[in-house]
Design a protein around this ligand. Structure first.
Ligand SMILES: [Zn+2]
Length: 368
């Protein structure tokens, strides 16, 4: 009997839900806490940690309501110390390990841990590794690791911006060190610049890191055009800073005019995506639609098909509005599972055309 050959595997491991930062934990340093709380209360925003377990349950709920044929779900595994140590220092890993079982703030950039966080972060990184293994082994053409805490702000020696371990970097380093991939391309389309991933591969000519993000001073403030890597890695870091409100048309132009030619020059053995869904307009920084995420996925599918047998792995980063996060992931998975990539229009134009057709007869001037 023929075995099923899934088009795409969604990796989801409930152990990542154990990362539940205590929203009332003391925020260091005290001066900043007071200032931040003041700003938030002035805006009428309740103080809470936005990177919470409900993000992943929202994704899984939508998929249960609207299943996508061709997507199978598998659980992940914790990353080993050896896997994590390819991108983080031993002393950083020791420091994080010491926090197992505690509540703590790690950084002024609001990276908190709860008693289950270190285990969850190990599973997040290991699940990204599992996704890469599934695709490189040929078990699946593509994969999506729905993990948290996210990873792309985590630097070799520092947790930042909700991130503990740099999941996509751990996955890329594993593909190189253990799976025979020589050249790995990482596209980071999260709204925020992936400073950690950039830092880790800054001087590495075998990882092409391309990051499209909202420009500084938007968090974390890095990702200028001139940041192109250094040493042997000069030219394999590519930043595409975008103005506030940029949407589908600008994003797809960047993909076609910059990301595709960069990929064709680099000829990757594996394509990874740091997929944040905060470029959607519900997160108020940029203006990408679900169709836009689907179209970007289609372009990357073509890139992967041209260079590496279609090997394409998504790793979840940010996205804090639960509607746009879950629908964005759904749009990506639909394309990975074989749906025709959508062609997004300019928002509102179709509605205006329909309205114009509706009103046409009302305003006809009498024949002269
Ligand atoms: Zn983000």
């Amino acid at each position: 009997m023929a075995t099923t050959d899934p088009t795409t595997i969604l990796f989801y491991d409930e152990r990542v839900l154990a990362h539940e930062p205590d929203t009332d934990a003391a925020f260091l340093p005290g001066r900043l806490e007071k200032h931040l709380r003041q700003i938030l209360s002035g805006l009428g925003v309740p103080w809470k940690y936005p990177e919470h377990p409900g993000r992943l349950t929202a994704i899984m709920q939508l998929l249960a309501q609207q299943p996508i044929p061709g997507v199978t779900v598998e659980s992940g595994m914790p990353a080993t110390r050896e896997q994590l140590a390819r991108v983080h220092t031993m002393s950083y890993l020791d420091a994080i390990n010491a926090l197992r079982g505690t509540n703590a703030w790690l950084d002024v950039d609001t990276t908190a841990v709860s008693p289950g966080s270190v285990d969850a972060a190990e599973v997040a990184a290991g699940t990204a590794v599992a996704a890469v293994e599934a695709v490189v082994s040929g078990r699946s053409r593509s994969a999506f690791a729905a993990v948290r805490p996210p990873g792309h702000h985590a630097e070799p020696v520092r947790a930042r911006g909700f991130c503990l371990f740099n999941n996509v970097a751990v996955a890329a380093a594993h593909a190189q060190a253990a799976l025979g991939c020589e050249r790995v391309m990482i596209i980071d389309w999260d709204a925020h610049h992936g400073n950690g991933t950039q830092d880790i591969f800054w001087a590495d000519p075998d990882v092409l890191f391309v990051d499209i993000h909202r420009a500084a001073p938007f968090y974390p403030g890095s990702g200028r055009l001139e940041e192109i890597g250094a040493g042997l890695g000069e030219g394999t870091t590519v930043n595409i800073p975008m103005p506030a409100g940029a949407g589908d048309v600008a994003y797809l132009k960047a993909f076609r005019d910059i990301i595709v030619p960069a990929a064709d020059w680099f000829r990757p053995d594996l394509v990874l995506v740091s997929a944040g869904f905060d470029p959607h307009w519900y997160d108020l920084a940029l203006n990408v639609s679900y169709e836009g995420f689907g179209a970007m996925t289609g372009i990357l599918q073509d890139v992967a098909a041209r260079h590496c047998d279609g090997r394409l792995v998504f790793v979840l980063e940010g996205g804090y509005n639960l509607d746009s996060l879950s629908n964005g992931v759904h749009a990506v998975l639909s394309v990975l599972a074989g749906a025709e990539p959508p062609e997004p229009g300019v928002c509102g134009v179709r509605e205006v055309e329909e309205a114009a057709a509706f009103h046409r007869n009302a305003f006809q001037s009498p024949e002269p």
